[in-house]
Design a binder for this molecule. Structure first.
Ligand SMILES: Cc1ncc(C[n+]2csc(CCOP(=O)(O)OP(=O)(O)O)c2C)c(N)n1
Ligand SMILES: [Mg+2]
Length: 817
């Protein structure tokens, strides 16, 4: 091993400082390793549920941490505990608090126990929802478990630097950037590079030339599956060679380094940092020859699939063992010809090893005591209430038995406490005891407290929630003209881009031609190529650009060309964007707006409306379905004042219809979670949204001719739906309910029905069976006839309503067939 690069790196610092740094690194590595070893034991003895650890990947993470600066962001995966420790964002006690799922965010700062151990995060936002100064801390975007799911977001985190560097008007955002010099650091396992979104991200960053440094931790395996089944030529750096930047091309700098070679790693990470930071050239670092000392996770043993030789090699090339060898063997000639060493003898390292063991063991005990202490207090409280009830109840013996079972559990969990209390309540349900009230209150308050621990922060609970933004109606001047509705979108986007330098719009064909329906026409010319931009055809990473940039204080609007193609991005929306606030216990947010257009074009992949599939996958994101462009523009204006992510589905067939042009563009708002009655009536409430509303209106006119007066309610906002419960008021008046949409049967229409009938209690007002009218189960066939026979038509709507009225009053409404 050569010491040359070490010498280069240490020119600036004295040997003593260098020595201290190396020994401190070694100590961090040892502490991290002890955490992994003890962590596994905690799972195997049943104290923790599942364990996945960073053993075998310690040394490269020390090098990464050295190059990582304040303001930088990590987007990585479950092996990175050493990195988190090295940047000072995770200590051993917190590590164990995560393993046990301690629900107190001050004790378990990664996710308040919501994520399994090994899923790391830092805090970007304050208690009140406002941003922290991200330039004064080292940032880690909250991890997710799906392999390579960290990739799309990484692209956006890196792109934010490029935007901050180049877009005028953003200079004031010193909380987020210093002239775009922040690097986004990705980490991924070798096997996870097989995922499509890995390659999609790599390609996109190469095109975009953003400051992204991608580390691949290569241990030759993905659980039990060897690299030969994962990667062509078994080497990610080999196959990505074509991405190597040349003098006159874009592309990557690519480095290959062994994961046990501390010196080379430090050197490589320094270089990578400089290249990405200064030149905005993305870098790939393939870190080879890593190991898994304890196998993949606590759910299996690697002896089952690794050969004896491989297992032996893993011992010999364990990165900490190699670092230790290097420390012991290191000698340098000092300025006066003396021999400089890191340690005088192995004893010094043995002392570090021992201390690490002790320290981690104490941290583990403390974490456990803090975790179990809280629950034991709850046990004591429950037991004392049960004692009091048992003394008075005729079922006292049974209650005492329940109590005794509870207090005999050595390591109780909340479920034990609450399930005992709830079972005990059944024994006294017919008895009139004061203590019963105490038990009921205990149960109620435990369930109430559990909301904060396990269910809060699905959407913003801060003052900035988009649900708090008041309605501002569009204003029409005297000379307001009827224009093609796409002009309203365009002029409203223009107003938003002018007003907010943080706003940027991007997507396929969104830049030069101003989107396929010209809702952004001319805006690239006016606001620049960075703010209104074309992207490659890659929906998942378009989404990721948005997530990453929104996490760094920008207000991206990511355009997915058609609703049908949202499915490519749905995984990232569902796994990453929708869970971000929840999985970080409200400590991170990405108020990204996703723009798409859907419904009613032609054919299987151009007129889908899979709204049920979408809304059930993205709880945590607002889903809005405006019926026209005035409403749609109002939604953008509302959302930009709020701090939650949202999806807006514009009506594809609405851009060429005429609407009046409001004069307060960029200002008026469409409220979120509020329905609108667009026609009053007395016979039946028809709820619909988006493009089908026009058909319902049409059918409504035809029904009026046969004496049926329908009330039409525009849902507008599917997530959340009708927070004021206005729909039930309509049903209370009409006593009948039909939900119409062009999703599959049982899709979003069934969701709306449940909301209205069950959650709003509309069942009590119904005189007819509540009904849905939807598209067929198959994808819509091509052409006008395909549409007519696949989706609800005006005739279908007319006849469905007529049939309901016929059943209600057969004499008045004679059967049609
Ligand atoms: C989308 C998805 N598929 C499968 C899994 C299950 N899984 C978890 S880790 C893993 C192997 C990952 O191997 P690698 O990327 O090499 O990382 P390593 O654990 O070896 O560091 C798999 C298949 C997952 N989490 N997500
Ligand atoms: Mg691997």
């Amino acid at each position: 091993m050569t010491n040359t690069s070490t010498q280069t790196n240490t020119k600036q610092i004295s040997f003593n400082d260098f020595k201290n740094e190396v020994l401190n690194d070694y100590k961090i590595a040892r502490i991290s390793r002890e955490c992994s070893l003890l962590g596994r034991r905690e799972v195997l003895t049943g104290k923790a549920k599942f364990g996945i650890f960073g053993d075998g990947k310690e040394v490269p993470q020390l090098a990464l941490a050295k190059a990582f600066q304040n303001g930088d962001f990590r987007s990585g995966y479950y092996r990175d505990q050493t990195f988190m420790m090295a940047i000072g964002e995770l200590d051993a006690q917190q590590f164990f608090a995560g393993l046990y799922a301690h629900t107190d965010i001050t004790i378990e700062p990664m996710s308040a126990g919501r994520q399994m151990g090994g899923h790391f995060a830092t805090h970007s936002i304050n208690e009140d929802g406002s941003w922290k100064n991200l330039m004064q801390q080292k940032n880690s975007s909250a991890d997710i478990s799906p392999t390579a799911g960290q990739m799309p977001r990484l692209l956006g985190l890196a792109q934010a630097s490029k935007i901050y560097k180049n877009v005028k008007g953003l200079e004031k955002h010193t909380k987020f950037s210093n002239q775009g010099k922040e690097v986004a650091w990705g980490t991924i396992g070798n096997a996870s590079t097989s995922e499509g979104i890995f390659f999609e991200t790599i390609n996109a960053a190469g095109v975009m030339q953003v400051p992204m440094v991608m580390s691949v931790w290569d241990d030759e395996y993905g659980i039990s599956v060897h690299a030969k089944y994962q990667t062509t030529k078994e080497s990610i750096s080999e196959i990505l060679k074509g991405f190597q930047k040349e003098n006159d091309t874009n592309g990557y700098e690519i480095f290959v380094v062994n994961g046990w070679d501390y010196v080379q790693l430090v050197d490589t990470y320094n270089k990578a940092s400089q290249i990405a930071r200064e030149k905005h050239i993305p870098v790939l670092i393939h870190v080879k020859e890593l190991t898994q000392p304890q196998g993949h996770s606590t759910s299996g043993s690697h002896e089952r699939y690794k050969s004896k030789e491989r297992l032996q090699w893993e011992q010999d090339f364990d990165c900490i063992a190699k670092m230790r060898e290097w420390i012991l063997g290191f000698e340098l000639e000092g300025a006066n010809g003396e021999t400089l060493k890191f340690v005088e003898s192995e004893e010094e390292l043995i002392a570090i090893d021992k201390n690490a063991k002790k320290e981690v063991s104490a941290a583990k005990r403390n974490a456990w005591n803090a975790f179990i202490g809280e629950i034991k207090n709850e046990v004591t409280e429950a037991a004392s209430i049960l004692d009091k009830i048992a003394a008075k109840s005729s079922n006292g013996t049974f209650i005492t038995k329940l109590k005794n079972d509870l207090i005999s559990i050595a390591e109780p969990i909340r479920k034990d406490v609450l399930s005992t209390a709830r079972k005990a309540l059944r024994y006294v349900k017919d008895e009139n005891l004061n203590e019963k009230i105490e038990l009921q209150n205990f149960i109620k308050s435990s369930i109430h407290d559990a909301y904060d621990k396990y269910s809060s922060h699905l959407i913003s609970e801060t003052e900035d929630s988009a649900l708090n933004i008041p309605e501002v109606s569009p204003v029409y001047g005297e000379n307001s003209e009827a224009v093609d509705a796409r002009v309203i979108m365009r002029d409203n986007f223009d107003a938003l881009l002018t007003k907010h330098p943080e706003v940027l719009v991007f997507g396929e064909d969104a830049g030069k031609i101003g989107d396929v329906n010209q809702g952004l026409e001319g805006l690239q010319e006016k606001h620049g190529e960075l703010r209104v931009s074309d992207t490659g055809i890659r929906e998942a990473t378009i989404l990721g650009q948005g997530i990453g940039m929104a996490m760094r204080g920008l207000r991206p609007i990511a355009e997915i060309q058609y609703l049908d193609y949202l499915l490519y991005a749905l995984q990232i929306m569902s796994d990453d964007l929708a869970t971000l606030r929840y999985r970080s216990y409200g400590k991170q947010k990405a108020p990204l707006i996703i723009r798409t257009r859907g419904h009613r074009l032609e054919g299987i992949w151009h007129s889908g409306s899979p709204m049920g599939g979408i809304i059930h996958n993205v709880r945590g994101i607002h889903v809005l379905v405006p019926r026209n462009m005035t409403k749609a523009a109002g939604f953008y204006n509302t959302l930009l004042q709020g701090d939650d992510p949202a999806l807006i589905v514009e009506c594809l067939n609405g851009y060429r219809l005429k609407e009046q042009l409001p004069s307060n563009l960029g200002e008026y708002t469409t409220p979120i979670g509020v329905v609108e009655t667009i026609k009053e009536g007395t016979d039946i409430t028809v709820v619909s949204y988006g493009s089908t509303l026009r058909l319902v209106e049409e059918a409504g006119k035809e029904l009026a001719q046969v004496g049926i007066n329908i009330e039409i309610v525009d849902a507008q906002s599917l997530l959340p739906f009708d927070i004021n419960h206005d729909t039930v008021k309509s049903v209370a008046k009409t006593n009948r309910l039909l939900v119409v949409d062009e999703d599959v049967p049982g899709g979003a229409s069934a969701y709306l029905l449940q909301e209205i009938v069950e959650n709003q209690d509309a069942y009590q007002y119904l005189d007819s069976k509540p009904a849905t009218l939807t598209a067929k189960a198959h994808r819509p066939a091509y052409g006008t006839d395909g549409d007519y026979f696949s989706k609800p038509s005006t005739e279908d709507i007319f006849e469905k309503i007529y049939e309901i009225m016929h059943e209600a009053d057969p004499n008045r409404f004679k059967p049609l067939y």
